[in-house]
Design a binder for this molecule. Structure first.
Ligand code: HEC
Length: 121
């Protein structure tokens, strides 16, 4: 019994479908992948501008604010303090763009004490 060419094509098509479905599943955009991507960008920006005072991975020995304490509900406090500065912290308006601030916020959420992550709407 040899396979006819047409049923062989059918098998090939099924394999192609399965592969396509698999790659869509693995590489397709998901909310979680997007959040991770934002956090990665945020980490790079944080390491450039904020790490010297706020510490590696947000951990510092008390010389500045512990960013892990920020709650998910305190995003506007975060934005306000970063833009306008606070006491020893310089204002970042004009240095850190609004989108960069979103990325830093996403990074902070991944290390925050309350692990709640705000997913963009
Ligand atoms: C020159 C040191 C320094 C750098 C650089 C710095 N900070 Fe700060 N930051 C501080 C200090 C000190 C405080 C504590 C201010 C206070 O409450 O007196 C602070 C406080 C904060 C707060 C909390 C303010 C509040 O609402 O109580 C946030 C949020 C913050 N920093 C974010 C950032 C981000 C984001 C960056 C990088 C873009 C950054 N900081 C860079 C020194 C720094």
């Amino acid at each position: 019994m040899t396979q006819t060419p047409s049923s062989f094509r059918c098998v090939l098509r099924n394999v192609a479908f399965a592969l396509a479905a698999f790659f869509t599943l693995v590489t397709g955009p998901s909310a979680l992948a997007q959040t991770n991507d934002m956090a990665d960008k945020g980490e790079r920006i944080y390491n450039n501008y904020c790490q010297t005072c706020h510490g590696e991975s947000l951990i510092n020995s008390g010389q500045s604010f512990d960013l892990r304490k920020l709650k998910v509900s305190e995003k506007s406090r975060f934005e306000n303090s970063v833009q306008n500065g606070k006491n020893q912290m310089p204002p970042w308006k004009g240095v850190i763009s609004p989108s960069d601030m979103e990325f830093i916020w996403a990074y902070i959420r991944t290390l925050a004490n309350d692990k709640e992550i705000n997913v963009a709407p």
